[in-house]
Design a protein around this ligand. Structure first.
Ligand code: FES
Length: 308
């Protein structure tokens, strides 16, 4: 774990604050690549924040931005309560959202505070003289972070879209992006809509990162999971994920993001009908019913038999 001191805290919008973090002991911080995040220990538990790089930044500090969610579980409010000089603890940077495809132009699509990892990607792509377009959507200009700076830094590659005055038409956008590798970061509804439009346009090179934690929803009910290798049957309570139920039963499932975007927990479904809530599977994979992300997805049938 890293001990980090807040060297600077700046209000970017009414709800978004940017934090510059340095090592509390003055040592050099571990490096990372564009798209990486750190998991910060907050009063409400660990919260992941993407590391932000701008062109010309000098290494030596981490930069993150936190949007205050007044109806959230308290993690963002705890971050906003911190001040310059305070010390926090975070895990070393980790990257589940790297720039992967080298031989295609990149299309970066951000929704809301999901802009943060894509700023770092645009910075990296520009430094490598690789072609990219960067689309940033938000409810209105006044709630979107760094619009002027993004226009200044990325010029004609950058396009802002405002839901209240000039909303983005995803189908038109995707039709013009065939041949691109697509990187999307934002809330689940936007990722789902963008993925569907991209797949309809024939784009298959799609990488996503969800910006909110996916949790059991009100109205969810219990179901059973049968472990195919042992026959053990485990009940998943309404307020539990499959992974939580497996761990409570003493099993050791493989997982990482617990948001449904990294793909690590993907599990084959032998019987039963999954209720897909991830953002990583393609529509064809969801429709097949043969595979699911057990960190967020649930069941439409009374029992799932999983290849575990
Ligand atoms: S742990 Fe990342 S998709 Fe499930």
């Amino acid at each position: 774990m890293l001990k980090l001191t807040i060297a600077q805290k700046l209000a970017v919008t009414k709800r978004i604050s940017a934090f510059t973090l340095v090592a509390a002991d003055g040592e050099a911080l571990p490096g990372y690549t564009a798209g990486a995040h750190i998991a910060v220990e907050t009063a409400a538990g660990p919260r992941s924040y993407s590391l932000i790089d701008w062109p010309g930044d000098t290494p030596g500090a981490y930069s993150i931005a936190v949007q205050r969610e007044d109806a959230g579980d308290g993690g963002s409010k705890a971050m906003h309560a911190l001040s310059k000089g305070d010390t926090i603890t975070a895990a070393e940077p980790k990257n589940d959202f790297e720039i992967r495809t080298e031989d295609k132009p990149a299309a970066l699509l951000a929704g809301g505070i999901g802009v943060t990892p894509l700023i770092s990607m645009a910075t990296a792509l520009r430094a490598q003289s690789r072609p990219f377009v960067f689309h940033y959507c938000g409810r209105s200009a006044d709630v979107m972070a760094w619009l002027d700076r993004l226009r200044d830094e990325f010029g004609g590659s950058f396009h802002a879209h405002f839901d209240d005055t000039a909303p983005l038409d995803l189908n038109t956008l995707m039709a013009g992006l065939t041949g691109h590798a697509l990187y999307i970061c934002g809330p689940k509804g936007m990722i789902d809509a963008a993925r569907a439009a991209a797949e309809a346009a024939g784009i298959s090179d799609i990488h996503v990162e969800l910006f909110t934690n996916a949790a059991p929803a009100a109205g969810d009910s219990a179901f059973e999971v049968e472990i195919a290798s042992s026959g053990q049957v485990i009940t998943v309570a309404p307020d539990q994920t499959i992974i939580e139920a497996l761990e409570a039963a003493g099993l050791d499932p493989l997982y990482d993001c617990q948001r449904g975007d990294c793909g690590i927990c993907q599990t084959e479904v032998i019987a039963g009908t999954p209720d897909h809530r991830d953002v990583v599977l393609s529509q064809a994979e969801r429709d097949s019913g043969k595979v699911m992300q057990i960190c967020v997805s649930r069941a439409l049938s009374a029992r799932l038999v999983l290849d575990l």
